[in-house]
Every structure is written in structure tokens, then in C-alpha cells.
Design a protein around this ligand. Structure first.
Ligand code: FES
Length: 174
């Protein structure tokens, strides 16, 4: 009787250890199936555009690079001239600047001058306007627009959509 209960206890104990081991090895296997962080970073980034505040620059990340997202106010759009408007990205009712946050001169990260509604690159004094066009050299071209597509209220960075193709065709980005 005593022996039997001892055997029962040992059986349960071994069973418990085996179950924990099985869960641990399943977890390890799942981990090995998941893409490496570097592969994830090389893919797409989906931005929910409903969370941005007007005239507040947010820096997102895509493929390890900073991405500027700036939601325009209606006053900012009204102040733009016609040559600036083709760089606007519209998602639903709202309008945005979405560019790489890297200066096209030597790759520094420009800062957003909220009051002047412009970007300043402190490395060599280059400036950009509210849509990312160069207003003072040395940057050789406007801030680059990453490949994107619009899906409902989201913007998928890394996926080429018709709006991006149109911008590229018109020479608005590389
Ligand atoms: S890196 Fe921006 S102006 Fe030179």
C-alpha cells in the first residue's frame, strides 16, 4: 500500500517534469520558427493614421530608418502653393507629410521647427519646407518619401501603392 502511493507520487512527479519539458521545447521550437528581428525590421511597417495630432512631428521606424510623420492642419494646407501639394499624402480626410527622417545631404536627422513650419538640419544648416522640399542648400534634393500604400486608415510602408508610383513618376522622390 505504502509502495503503491509512493509509485503514484513518483509517476505524477515525472509526469509533471515531462510536461514542463514538453512545453519548454515547444516554446523553443516556436521561437526558432519566428522571423529574426532583423528580418522583421526589413519588412513592412503598418501605421494607424488615426492617432496622430496636427502639427506634432512623430518619428516612426521602417527598416531601421527614422520616418517622419506630420499631420497637417487645414491652415498649413491653405498656406501651401500648388507646387507643394503633390507631396501631401492623404489618408481618409486627413493629410500628412511622410518622409524618411534623414537629410539628403549626408544623412543627419533634421529637426522640426514647429513655429516656422520647416525642418532644419543642424549638421550643415540645410533647411526644408513643410512638405520636405529644400529651401536652403547643401541638401541636393527633397526629403525622400518611402514606398507606401494606403489601406483604409492605415499606411503600409514598404509596399508600393498607386499614390507612391505617381509621386515617383513625377520625380517627387527617388
Ligand atoms: S547632413 Fe544635413 S545639411 Fe549636411
Amino acid at each position: 500500500m505504502k509502495d503503491n502511493s509512493r509509485r503514484g507520487f513518483m509517476g505524477k512527479a515525472f509526469g509533471g517534469v515531462a510536461a514542463v519539458g514538453a512545453v519548454a521545447s515547444l516554446f523553443a521550437m516556436k521561437k526558432s520558427w519566428d522571423p529574426l528581428p532583423s528580418v522583421k525590421a526589413a519588412g513592412f511597417t503598418t501605421l494607424d493614421m488615426s492617432g496622430y495630432k496636427e502639427n506634432e512631428l512623430v518619428t516612426e521606424k521602417w527598416r531601421g530608418k527614422p520616418i517622419f510623420v506630420l499631420k497637417y492642419t487645414s491652415e498649413m494646407i491653405a498656406a501651401m502653393d500648388e507646387s507643394q501639394k503633390p507631396r501631401i499624402i492623404s489618408v481618409g480626410e486627413a493629410s500628412y507629410l511622410v518622409t524618411l527622417g534623414l537629410c539628403t545631404h549626408l544623412g543627419c536627422i533634421p529637426s522640426y521647427e514647429k513655429d516656422n513650419k520647416s525642418f532644419l538640419c543642424a549638421c550643415h544648416g540645410g533647411t526644408y519646407d513643410i512638405v520636405g522640399n529644400v529651401t536652403k542648400s547643401p541638401p541636393p534634393r527633397a526629403l525622400d518619401i518611402p514606398p507606401f500604400t494606403i489601406k483604409g486608415n492605415t499606411l503600409v510602408l514598404g509596399e508600393v501603392g498607386p499614390e507612391y508610383l505617381e509621386m515617383k513618376k513625377n520625380g517627387l522622390t527617388l
